[in-house]
Design a protein around this ligand. Structure first.
Ligand code: GMT
Length: 374
């Protein structure tokens, strides 16, 4: 059987949905599928072009009448053209708004056609954006019009069903991690630069949006530093950055908190950390926690959302309520006091992440979905 030709659309900038879409495309290409990325710019993790990988930039013409260039229509046109010229079997869109709308239009323009549309829901497209009154009906419509819908966790599937009243045929395909890229690594020089007195390193990585609850990271750190030699590494950037910096200043933590900015190669930074702290208000999955686990870094993460589907509290990480500041500080503090327990948990984390959420195992689920659909 011919391997399917797939068009992938995602947000190309930093963010979990773009990472999943890009890594999926790279893996599919390795499996022999022809993969066409149709995006507004080059996805940031698409570092290596290779066999079977193509990139189509969506052109957005300016015209004085437009207040904003109508991206969704340009994307639909690009999807249609690529699907036609490259005989795509599937348009696989990541994040419902507006990508599923563009794919719907492209498929309509192709009719009669065998082209299928798959929508993968990632989280805030359902939990925040999709529930905005102005987006609610169209999000439900697009879910119903997709030939297949996947969510990245059982939590997000339930949430989608509850909020939109859509059927049971949503498939859960979790986030995944490439364990050859994300792996334990000793980089003494880098570590010594960050923690010259042998301090333990707590790491937070996100897009610094409200939902990430980054102020809680600083609050937890402020408690921890009272009894431990620690440093906090902040990776990423986003709208909450100035508030976070103000809080760091208010607690007089400038010497202990290191802002690394956006990082394209998280796999080079994660392994130096001792703990990953992700206290989001909710997290449909929490890809960075899985990537940390693959590097043998213990995650301390929000219990609200889908994290319980890969973190077993007290076994390979910790789950705490996002406002349980003292609970998070206590869990981290205890672990930092017990090296053996820390080591065992880190090994368990690596094992669980790579055994159950390895790229090839999750890739099989996507390939089965494609094969069933076409
Ligand atoms: O977390 C973000 O704000 C980024 C967002 C995205 O769409 O890029 O991440 C969502 O998708 C990731 C990949 O599937 C999930 O691991 C994240 O949990 C999810 N974010 C939220 O649910 C807040």
């Amino acid at each position: 059987m011919r391997m399917p030709a797939i068009g992938i659309t995602c947000y190309p900038d930093q963010g979990g949905s773009g990472v999943v879409a890009t890594e999926l495309g790279l893996n599919l290409a390795r499996h022999g599928c022809e993969v066409h990325f149709i995006t507004s710019s080059l996805p940031f993790r698409l570092r290596a072009y290779g066999e079977n990988i193509f990139f189509h930039k969506v052109e957005m013409p300016e015209y004085p009448v437009f207040r904003n260039s109508p991206y969704t229509l340009s994307l639909a046109t690009a999807m249609h053209d690529v699907a036609l010229h490259h005989k795509l079997d599937i348009l696989h869109v990541h994040y419902a708004i507006p990508h599923a709308a563009a794919a719907f239009l492209a498929r309509e323009m192709m009719k009669p056609t065998t082209l299928k549309v798959i929508t993968t829901l990632h989280g805030t497209d359902i939990t925040l954006v999709g529930q905005e009154p102005s987006f609610f009906p169209i999000t439900r419509f697009l879910i119903e019009q997709s030939d297949a819908v996947t969510t990245v966790s059982g939590f997000l599937k339930k949430e989608t069903q509850k909020v939109f009243g859509v059927g049971d045929d949503i498939e859960v395909i979790p986030n995944f991690v490439d364990s050859r890229v994300f792996r334990p690594r000793q980089d003494d020089e880098f570590r010594n630069r960050l923690a010259p007195q042998g301090e333990k390193l707590i790491l937070h990585a996100s897009n610094f949006r409200k939902v990430k609850n980054v102020s809680a990271v600083v609050e937890v750190f402020e408690l921890l530093r009272q009894d431990h030699q620690v440093r906090l590494l902040m990776v990423g950037d986003g709208p909450e950055m100035s508030e976070v910096k103000a809080l760091v200043e208010r607690y007089d933590l400038e010497k202990e908190v290191i802002f690394l900015g956006q990082a394209d190669h998280l796999e080079d930074i994660l392994p130096v950390a001792d703990i990953l702290l992700l206290p989001s208000l909710h997290e449909s999955f929490g890809l960075v926690a899985l990537e940390a686990m693959a590097c043998a870094v213990v995650p301390v993460m929000t219990s609200v959302g889908g994290a319980g589907e890969f973190i077993i509290d007290g076994h390979n990480g910790f789950l705490r309520d996002p406002d349980d500041i003292s609970g998070m500080a206590e869990a981290i503090g205890n672990l930092l006091n017990h090296d053996n327990q820390h080591q065992n948990m880190a090994e368990e984390a690596r094992r669980d992440a790579t055994m159950d959420f390895g790229a090839s195992c999750i890739m099989r689920q996507y390939l089965d979905l494609y094969e069933n659909l076409i």
